[in-house]
Design a protein around this ligand. Structure first.
Ligand SMILES: Nc1ncnc2c1ncn2[C@@H]1O[C@H](COP(=O)(O)OP(=O)(O)OP(=O)(O)O)[C@@H](O)[C@H]1O
Ligand code: SF4
Ligand SMILES: [Mg+2]
Length: 343
């Protein structure tokens, strides 16, 4: 749970924009833009886990990549630091980013694709520490040893290559590498999506344990709302590059105020019949962020859409305690959530 000691967010995303140019013809002229992330704002408190959900193509990964500055955002701010040393990562020059590349690490969906098959586990985990001059020689070996133990791997396997490990073990290697620099913020992008259900639970529990041990703050990106429910303190829902709803996890799941969230929740497979609600099947695909619909971007798929939704864009507004949503009818619609998880 979030330990809000000084009341300052560790990360504040302010009107973040990431627009990719669309080029055409031999002259590669810019003819438009994919608005992958468009005016998104949220913050994450120290020690908190914020879940970021939405269907494929909504812009989740792009936000993660902006935070770790794999992309330079086209607009907005990424303020980092819960103390007075806060900086705007969106504006920082490459030469000044090194310190933040230590503090903010990313874990990826496919641990195999993100682990170099020609490097041993030792080198994979040791590499960031070598690059950042943190340790060498026997001290480095000790640190790799400790990290592997912490993620539940046997240190005597450190001379093996990634192919010798199962999917879950590879994700443990990826986590050890992410932790090697003792980060403050971990952006986990679909970190358990490729894993079998039984392994998924183990990795999620490991992430919870490591959060306690290392006092980590997580941005947990996933299209799987049941996974997010398990881990997140608060959840942000994205649709076509925009934030459409955000609330504490229980509140969002029990009392969604945006029809898109209701539809996502209705698709969660729940074995407990008391938690089952009617499945809402969304027609069509996520709108194209290069050519979004008028008014509310969700209107072509929304079962509650009215004429106003075609013409007028709904803006995020407060609809309850710590609860914001962008729907013209957020207060009047009777949407169905799912009852809380039994302990
Ligand atoms: N480098 C890029 N150049 C152009 N368009 C991009 C680029 N990266 C992402 N996009 C587009 O931006 C939109 C958002 O993509 P993004 O990968 O952030 O979505 P996502 O929510 O992570 O989806 P998924 O659940 O499939 O991982 C998509 O329409 C995608 O095609
Ligand atoms: S504004 Fe209209 S179209 Fe958009 S989510 Fe609300 S009811 Fe649906
Ligand atoms: Mg993604």
């Amino acid at each position: 749970m979030a330990e809000n000691t000084n009341g300052r967010a560790l990360l504040t995303i302010d009107n973040l924009k990431m627009h990719f140019p669309i080029r055409k013809g031999v002259l590669r002229r810019i003819v438009g833009a994919v608005k992958a992330v468009d005016d998104v704002s949220f913050d994450i408190m120290p020690g908190e886990t914020l879940g970021l959900v939405g269907e494929s193509g909504c812009g989740k990964t792009t936000i993660g990549r902006c935070i770790v500055r794999a992309y330079t955002p086209t607009g907005g701010h990424i303020l980092y630091g819960a103390d007075d040393s806060g900086v705007d990562l969106a504006r920082l020059e490459e030469s000044n980013l090194k310190a933040y590349r230590r503090k903010i690490r990313m874990i990826f969906q496919d641990p195999y694709a993100s682990l170099n098959p020609r490097m041993t586990v030792f080198d994979i985990v040791a590499d960031p520490m070598r690059i950042h001059n943190i340790a060498s020689g026997s001290e480095l070996e000790d640190r790799v040893n400790t990290l592997l133990r912490q993620v539940g791997l046997r240190p005597e396997h450190m001379r093996r290559y990634p192919h010798a490990f199962s999917g879950g073990q590879r994700q443990r290697i990826g986590i050890a590498r992410a932790l090697a620099l003792e980060p403050e913020l971990v952006v986990a992008d679909e970190a358990v999506s490729a894993l079998d259900v039984s392994v998924r639970a183990q990795i999620l529990n490991l992430m919870l344990q490591l959060q306690k041990d290392y006092n980590l703050t997580y941005l947990f990106i996933s299209h799987d709302l049941s996974v997010v429910e398990y881990l997140a303190d608060r959840v942000a829902v994205m649709y076509v590059g925009k934030l459409v709803e955000m609330a504490p996890t229980n509140e969002l799941y029990n009392n969604p105020r945006h029809p898109y969230t209701e539809a996502l929740l209705s698709a969660i497979p729940v074995p407990d019949p008391r938690r089952r609600s009617k499945r809402i099947v969304l027609e069509g695909d996520v709108a194209d962020p290069a050519n979004p619909p008028s008014g509310c971007y969700f209107h072509p798929r929304c079962p509650y859409a009215k004429e106003r939704c075609r013409t007028e864009t709904p803006h995020l507004r407060t609809v309850g305690p710590k609860h914001i949503a962008a729907c013209h009818f957020a207060e009047e619609l009777e949407l169905t959530g799912i009852p809380p998880l039994e302990d």
